[in-house]
Design a binder for this molecule. Structure first.
Ligand SMILES: NC(=O)c1ccc[n+]([C@@H]2O[C@H](COP(=O)([O-])OP(=O)(O)OC[C@H]3O[C@@H](n4cnc5c(N)ncnc54)[C@H](O)[C@@H]3O)[C@@H](O)[C@H]2O)c1
Length: 361
């Protein structure tokens, strides 16, 4: 079938992606709390409040008005000091500002409480390394909120790409300016999601990297960064993240040998484009022929899938799919991109290969 490029062929590829949370479990409720109930933490509270086999015990926030508002809405206990919440729970979601992840995380680990830490795992590599080793020593689960791994569009994309040879990837994660998350650069706030996805998709170390960035909001941190990466297996990637763009975009484009695949994480959509070989008959100058397939995806909320996975890991004693090591891997590369962007440099693996381990998946 031959089509003009403007015409879409909607073809169902699959309906039900296997979610990481599927599986048999006992019905023992897990006692959970949320520390930090601002922009992100409020959504943890909302989802935990309806999850099966979860007992949402309480919320903690230094902003008493905000904490009481959420506690009243969901009829749970409020703690002005998060340390008072810890004796009552088995697990917590930590959604305080990034610079506090280390301090709050270490305190939870000392109390033997399992953690779902919002991304990025910590504000520095040294802090993240200490968190990961402390959690391991204390036998605490440390999952990190790289939520896009649970996005149905990403889960389906991974399946689509099993049949494809990847040549290049392009990630765009753009947001209008807001007052939130101004304690880190756009690389640690937004780009780190795509860094994690790219490391997962390419499964290869980065061997060369260039990056540039600009300050636009006066926060003192980079607000717009674009980076170009070359992986050891020849795949190249470009990533752009912005906190100052007048439209919200969350898009990953994969240039493959046989197709172009576009994933839109905002609208939970995937389109696969394939060029049709052969020439059209007759004198047709302004025409390109292609197939476009739309991949149907599950519409579970990514945060629900992420929290179900966390609670199941706690209940069954399993390691999470996005644990401390994976988050550390993303933070190492993010930190390098940030440094290169700040100084407009080019970085490549030195001959002795020492640096290679810094960005290896
Ligand atoms: N996974 C995602 O897509 C996503 C999205 C947004 C934010 N985040 C992450 O979530 C974290 C929080 O971001 P946000 O935008 O919700 O910030 P926010 O400022 O809106 O919320 C932070 C909350 O933590 C509270 N807080 C501060 N210090 C505290 C303490 N010592 N004890 C208890 N509460 C304390 C604040 O009062 C506030 O209510 C950041 O690490 C951010 O990177 C992740």
């Amino acid at each position: 079938m031959r089509l003009d490029s403007a015409v879409l062929v909607f073809e169902e590829l699959s309906l039900v992606p296997a979610l990481p949370n599927s599986g048999v479990h006992d019905a023992r409720p897990v006692a959970v709390g949320v520390i930090g109930v601002g922009n992100m933490g409020q959504h943890h509270v909302r989802v935990l409040s309806f999850l099966k086999d979860v007992q949402l015990v309480g919320v903690a926030d230094i902003n008493v008005e905000r904490g009481l508002q959420l506690a009243t809405k969901y009829q749970v206990r409020f703690f002005a000091d998060y340390r008072d919440l810890l004796p009552h729970v088995e697990a917590v979601c930590v959604a305080v500002p990034t610079r506090l992840h280390y301090e709050v995380g270490m305190t939870c680990i000392r109390h033997g409480v399992h953690i779902l830490m919002e991304k990025p795992i910590a504000a520095s590599i040294a802090e993240a390394e200490r968190l990961v080793s402390a959690a391991t020593e204390a036998n605490c689960i440390l999952q990190v909120g790289h939520i896009e791994r649970f996005n149905p569009a990403f889960l389906e994309l991974q399946k689509v790409l099993q049949q494809e040879e990847i040549l290049a990837l392009e990630a765009h994660r753009l947001s209008p300016y807001s007052q939130r998350a101004n304690d880190v650069s756009v690389v640690l706030d937004l780009m780190i999601h795509d860094i994690d996805l790219l490391l997962e998709l390419t499964a290869a170390p980065v061997v060369q990297l260039t990056a540039s960035g600009t300050h636009a909001s006066g926060s003192g941190y980079l607000d717009y960064v674009t980076a170009t990466l070359t992986f050891d297996n020849g795949v190249i990637a470009s990533l752009t993240a912005s906190k100052v763009t007048h439209r919200k975009v969350r898009r990953l484009t994969i240039h493959g040998k046989n197709s172009l695949t576009e994933a839109d994480f905002l609208n939970n959509e995937i389109f696969i484009h394939r060029h049709l070989p052969g020439q059209p008959t007759g004198q047709v100058l302004y025409r390109q022929d292609e197939w476009v397939e739309r991949v149907y995806t599950n519409n579970i909320e990514p945060l629900q899938a992420e929290l179900e996975h966390f609670v199941n890991c706690v209940r069954e004693g399993n390691q999470p799919s996005v644990g401390g090591e994976q988050a550390l891997r993303a933070l190492r590369l993010a930190t390098r991109i940030e440094q290169i962007a700040l100084h407009n440099q080019i970085w490549s693996v030195p001959r002795n290969g020492l640096e290679k381990s810094l960005v290896s998946p």
